[in-house]
Design a protein around this ligand. Structure first.
Ligand code: ZN
Length: 368
């Protein structure tokens, strides 16, 4: 009886790495006959070898045992960071990623297969982790990380409120909102969709009266705009360029339809928000979410009283309050609520500001 030392199947990176563990042979008559054991290695195919152990007793009976040696790429590549392990940048300074490099014992330089994950929000001070992962042809993975620290530079004034109106302009509700804002000398921000020739004067009025115009998108149709990065960028830049041509105004901020934390886009293009956010900030465009919701987007049409209560109840003194509202024709109760909102916020010590390039935007966090 021949018994293997070690496993009957052994996996190694190269056949040279195989270490013979041997076997032992016992005979019921002759006792230990290991000293007469022979070993023979045969190549079965490119990936398999076979070691056969054989022993005989004095009577000429032969016993064998077999071990499989499997050749497989089991050595992971080596990945290393280019540049420093911790990089510190100032808020809104573009993060120039020095990248990483990877070498594999079989595949050679596989730096071009490195996949980077993790996002650095240059508008939100804090510490971020960027992960670099690479796989060799055998599926062995290696990973390394870099810490990127974004230092705070900007801050919003205390007790600040930024009213924002999405989806307009509209010939009726936007006019009323502009009138109320003018009467109270309050500046706000409008995240617009495409507009008609007859609505252009509303945009010119916004600019003349000191409001900020941001881009919501030429179209608001999720399926179309979140179909691809290119589709989304076109949707933003078509409107931004149109506005610039019509008015000379160069928009510097956007609001993602559904917000940056929307979970709709992944239905059309999983992971798209990370790419869009990166591309927007790389292009120097600020994206702005909100931390106070008026609730006026809810289907059933809230009363002006409820909208005002939502906004006034959502304000907090220790932060910049960015308020989400809408100014399509369907949002008459939003226009109706505006005076109440201005009154209650002012009474509570708040001041109103339009979003400017120095404003610290709210970012809700990606969920794609
Ligand atoms: Zn919208």
């Amino acid at each position: 009886t021949v018994s293997l030392n070690g496993d009957a199947s052994v996996t190694v990176d190269r056949i040279e790495d195989y270490q013979e563990q041997g076997a032992s042979a016992l005979d019921n008559c002759d006792g230990d006959v290991t000293s007469g054991l022979t070993e023979r290695m045969d190549q079965v195919n490119d990936y398999t070898y076979q070691v056969t152990y054989q022993a005989s007793d004095k009577a000429g009976n032969t016993g064998t045992a077999v071990r499989q040696v499997i050749i497989r790429d089991v050595v992971a590549p080596e990945i290393s960071l280019k540049g420093e392990e911790t990089v510190t940048i100032k808020e809104r300074e573009k993060f120039e990623d020095p990248g990483a490099e990877a070498m594999d014992d079989r595949d050679g330089d596989i730096s071009d297969r490195i996949v980077r994950t993790g996002y650095v929000d240059i508008y939100r001070p804090g510490s971020y982790t960027v992960t670099y992962t690479v796989s060799d042809a055998g599926g062995n993975q290696a990973q390394t990380e870099r810490t990127v620290v974004v230092e705070q530079i900007y801050s919003n004034p205390k007790n600040s409120v930024y009213l924002t109106f999405d989806d307009g302009p509209s010939p009726d509700v936007t006019v009323q909102i502009l009138d109320t804002l003018a009467k109270n000398d309050v500046k706000a921000t409008f995240f617009i969709c495409d507009y008609s020739e007859s609505e252009l004067p509303l945009l010119k009025r916004m600019i003349a009266e000191g409001h900020t115009i941001g881009i919501h998108g030429y179209s608001h149709d999720y399926k179309t705009i979140y179909a691809s990065v290119d589709a989304f960028m076109d949707n933003i830049y078509n409107l931004k360029n149109k506005l610039k041509q019509d008015t000379g105004y160069d928009a510097f901020c956007i609001r993602f339809p559904g917000g940056s934390s929307n979970t709709v886009s992944k239905k059309y293009c999983p992971g798209i928000m990370t790419n869009l956010v990166q591309m927007m900030t790389d292009n120097g465009m600020m994206y702005v979410d909100w931390n106070v919701s008026s609730g006026d987007a809810s289907g059933k049409g809230l009363s002006a009283k409820k909208i005002a209560a939502n906004v006034c109840g959502g304000l907090k003194h220790d932060r910049g309050n960015i308020v989400l509202m809408h100014d399509t024709s369907a949002k008459q109760t939003t226009a109706d609520a505006l005076q109440k909102i201005i009154d209650c916020a002012k009474a509570d010590g708040y001041s109103f500001y339009p979003i400017t390039e120095d404003t610290v935007p709210v970012h809700q966090g990606l969920q794609n």
